[in-house]
Every structure is written in structure tokens, then in C-alpha cells.
Write a protein that binds this ligand. Structure first.
Ligand code: ADP
Ligand code: MG
Length: 238
């Protein structure tokens, strides 16, 4: 079964068409890495899926629901942003529970969900801290925790590790892999890092200039790039 279907999705800002007809189906539990050069439309695509931007045309289905016109809170989607976007004046606990509070979930259920997410991510001892008191890796975990408390059908990650140093990036990559194996959630994961895409993803989708250039299993793309662009992108060191 498909968790998500994108059909002929287009997005313009003024006269500039940033997404020029995207078709993509993502299966239940699948981990899809979305790669491509800066400015090709990756973040815009995620923002459209999350409902943070409206599509110019096309359709988006999550499960069997057409969510194209629904508000972000009514889509079964959670997004982890590149800059984490934590609320600096809120504790880790409050940051993680906030989206549930917005949705009117009762206090006890929020506590239970936050505790569950904290234990998955090893954040139990940090719940009373504030974002300013956390390391980069810990902030990344809190941002991820904020997404997983909601048990969404679909997780969107926008370059979640790009602000971390190389060593921590490798460690967090392992954690994200373990998280996916544990939760079996459906992931769309934007990254600049080919190694990350190759090691994490069931399928890699390569975008360029607002279209999907090629998609396939990591090794297939690596062995049989459809063109020089895809080959160059996957073959070059990060
Ligand atoms: P990527 O994430 O692949 O680097 P983006 O989706 O952020 O690319 O951006 C794609 C293009 O859309 C860029 O040229 C960017 O300048 C433009 N863009 C993104 N958001 C807006 C916006 N809100 N208004 C105008 N242009 C935008
Ligand atoms: Mg981006």
C-alpha cells in the first residue's frame, strides 16, 4: 500500500516555477532519500507535503485521503527542519509535547507520548533542560522527538544532520537507521550527503531543476545512473 502519492505537483513563486510536475509514490514503511543540488526544489517539495505551502496544481494523497487542500495539522505528517526550529523559551519536555497540546490532546497522554519518544531517543535525562543548554546532537534528537510524539504516517526530514560535525553525523545516521527499523515509519529524507542517502534509503530520488531526474534502489542508481548528472552526483565524494 502507498503511504503517499504525489500526482503532477507544481509550484510557482511569482513567475518562477520551482516544482515542474512531480509524480512520486512512497510505500508503507519505505525510506526514501531525496537528493539534488541546492535550489532544485527539495525543501519546497517537503513543505508542500507538510502543507506549509500550497501547491499551484496537482494532487497529494496520504493514505487514501486527498490532503491537497488540508491544513498542516490535518495531515498525518511531521517534519524535522534543518535548523531544528526548537522553541528556545520552552523546556525539552514542552517542545516535544507542544504539537500534541496544539491538537488538544490531554495532559496525561502528552506525558506518556513524550516519555515514550524520550526513551526511544535517549532523552530521558534532558527533559527539563532548555534548547540553549543542549549540544547540537541533542537538539537534533529533540527535533526528531517532536516529530515522533505524534506517530504520524509520514516523516519528513530536511537535511537533519547538515549542522553537525562529521563524527556526530555518522553517529546520528546510525541512530536514524535504528529509529526507522524500530518504528517502521515512512520517511522522506532530504540530504546533501550521498553516503547518508546510500546507507539509509530503500530508494533514492534524484531531483534537478524542479523535476525528478531518476529514482531507484541505491546500488542500481550507483551502477546505472541514467545520465551524467545522476552519476556525477552519486559518484562524487561528500
Ligand atoms: P532546495 O531545498 O533543493 O535547496 P528550495 O526548495 O529551498 O531548494 O528552493 C527552490 C527554489 O525556490 C529556489 O530557487 C528558491 O530560491 C525558491 N524559493 C523557495 N521558497 C521560496 C519562496 N517562499 N519565495 C520565492 N522563492 C522561493
Ligand atoms: Mg533545502
Amino acid at each position: 500500500m502507498s503511504t503517499m502519492n504525489i500526482e503532477k505537483l507544481r509550484k510557482s513563486f511569482g513567475k518562477t516555477e520551482v516544482l515542474r510536475g512531480i509524480d512520486l509514490a512512497v510505500g508503507d514503511g519505505e525510506f526514501v532519500a531525496l537528493v539534488g543540488p541546492s535550489g532544485c526544489g527539495k525543501s519546497t517539495l517537503l513543505r508542500l507535503i507538510a502543507g506549509l505551502e500550497a501547491a499551484s496544481s496537482g494532487r497529494l494523497l496520504i493514505g487514501d485521503r486527498d490532503v491537497t487542500a488540508l491544513a498542516p495539522k490535518d495531515r498525518d505528517v511531521a517534519m524535522v527542519f534543518q535548523n531544528y526550529a526548537l522553541y528556545p523559551h520552552m523546556s525539552v519536555r514542552a517542545n516535544m509535547g507542544f504539537s500534541l497540546r496544539l491538537r488538544g490532546v490531554d495532559k496525561r497522554s502528552i506525558e506518556a507520548e513524550v516519555a515514550r519518544a524520550a526513551s526511544v531517543l535517549g532523552l530521558q535525562d534532558l527533559l527539563d533542560r532548555y534548547p540553549g543548554q543542549l549540544s547540537g546532537g541533542q537538539r537534533q534528537r529533540v527535533a526528531t522527538g517532536r516529530a515522533i510524539v505524534r506517530n504520524p504516517k509520514l516523516f519528513l526530514f530536511d537535511e537533519p544532520l547538515s549542522n553537525l560535525d562529521a563524527k556526530l553525523r555518522v553517529q546520528m545516521r546510525t541512530e536514524i537507521k535504528a529509529l526507522h527499523q524500530r518504528l517502521r515509519n515512512t520517511m522522506i529524507y532530504v540530504t546533501h550527503d550521498q553516503i547518508e542517502a546510500m546507507t539509509l534509503a530503500d530508494r533514492i530520488v534524484v531531483m534537478q531543476g524542479g523535476v525528478i531526474e531518476q529514482e531507484g534502489a541505491p546500488l542500481d542508481l550507483y551502477d546505472r545512473p541514467a545520465n551524467a548528472f545522476v552519476g556525477g552526483f552519486l559518484g562524487s565524494p561528500s
